[in-house]
Design a binder for this molecule. Structure first.
Ligand code: PEP
Ligand code: MN
Length: 270
C-alpha cells in the first residue's frame, strides 16, 4: 500500500462528504432506486416510494453497462432529465453511473454523485475525468479486484484534486454460482483499517437474490458500513434490468426499518 498516499491511512481524519443535507461517513446513507431509468412515470413513482420508506438518495442508471450489446442500454440524456425531474419532486440527490469520459462534464448538470461501476473500476481515463470534477464519486469495487487495486483507483481520483470518494463493496467473482457474486463484507472493516474513505455496501449486485438482501444489509451495518445502495422498482417483474435482485417498495421499507434500528443500537454501543 506504499504508493497509496492519499487514499490510505485510517489514522488520518476520516473523510466526510456532504451530499444534500447529509454527510456520507457520518450519517448512515441509504441509496435506492431502479437499476435502470425506464420512463418518467416509473422513476418518479419509485422516487416517491423510496423517499417515503426513508431513502436518502435516488439511484438510477441512464447509461447501462450490459453484458450483451442487445440488452437495454439505458436512456442516456433522456434518463438523466427524468432523474432531474424526480429530484425536483422529491428533493432526493441523484446517483448515476458514468460510462464514458465524454459524458462526465455534462452529466454533472444532472447528478449529485457520479457512479463508477464495477466494470470500469480500472478505467483510468474515466477515473481521471471524474477526479477533475467537484462531484462526489461512488467508486464500486471491480469484480476481480483486490483491496489494494481498488484503493489505487480511488487514488487516481484523489490525485486529480477530487477528495470526495465513496467506496462501494458490491461483491467479487468466486467459484460460487448460487449467488451472482460473493459479497465480501470483510472488505468493510478492512477498508476502515486501510483508509479514511467512507465505504457503503451493495447487497443487491453482491448476491443477485432478493431473498438474501435483508440479511446482507443487516450484516453490512454490523460490519460498520457507512450506508447501503439497493435496487427498488414498483413492479420488479417488469424491470428492464436486474429484476431478480430488485426489491418492491414494501420489501425495501421493511429493510430500511430494520437497518436503521440496528444502526441506532450499534451507535449506543460506542
Ligand atoms: C448498477 O449499480 O446498476 C451496476 C451496474 O452495478 P455494478 O457496477 O456494481 O455491477
Ligand atoms: Mn443493476
Amino acid at each position: 500500500m506504499k504508493d497509496i498516499k492519499l487514499a490510505s491511512g485510517a489514522g488520518k481524519k476520516r473523510t466526510r462528504i456532504q451530499v444534500g443535507r447529509l454527510q456520507v461517513g457520518l450519517d448512515f446513507i441509504v441509496i435506492a432506486g431502479p437499476c435502470s431509468v425506464e420512463d418518467e412515470t416509473q422513476t418518479v413513482e419509485v422516487a416517491h416510494a423510496v423517499k417515503a420508506a426513508g431513502a436518502n438518495m435516488l439511484r438510477g442508471g441512464a447509461f447501462k453497462p450490459r453484458s450483451s450489446p442487445y440488452a437495454f442500454q439505458g436512456l442516456g440524456l433522456k434518463g438523466l432529465k427524468i432523474l432531474a425531474k424526480a429530484k425536483e419532486e422529491t428533493g432526493l440527490p441523484i446517483v448515476s453511473e458514468a460510462l464514458d469520459t465524454r459524458d462526465v462534464v455534462w452529466m454533472c448538470d444532472y447528478v449529485d454523485v457520479l457512479q463508477i461501476g464495477a466494470r470500469n473500476m480500472q478505467n483510468f481515463p474515466l477515473l481521471k475525468e471524474v477526479g477533475k470534477t467537484r462531484k462526489p464519486v461512488l467508486l464500486k469495487r471491480g469484480m476481480n479486484s483486490t483491496l489494494s487495486e481498488w484503493l489505487n483507483c480511488a487514488e487516481y481520483i484523489l490525485n486529480e484534486g477530487n477528495a470526495d470518494v465513496i467506496l462501494c463493496e458490491r461483491g467479487i467473482r468466486t467459484f460460487e454460482t448460487y449467488t451472482r457474486n460473493t459479497l465480501d463484507l470483510s472488505a468493510v472493516p478492512a477498508i476502515k483499517e486501510l483508509s479514511h474513505l467512507p465505504i457503503i455496501v451493495d447487497p443487491a449486485h453482491g448476491t443477485g437474490r432478493i431473498s438474501l438482501i435483508a440479511s446482507m444489509s443487516l450484516a453490512a451495518v454490523a460490519a460498520g458500513a457507512d450506508g447501503l445502495i439497493v435496487e427498488v422498482h414498483s413492479n420488479p417483474k417488469t424491470a428492464l434490468s436486474d429484476r431478480d435482485q430488485t426489491l418492491t417498495p414494501l420489501q425495501f421499507s421493511e429493510i430500511v426499518r430494520q437497518v436503521r434500528s440496528l444502526r441506532s443500537f450499534m451507535e449506543g454501543l460506542n
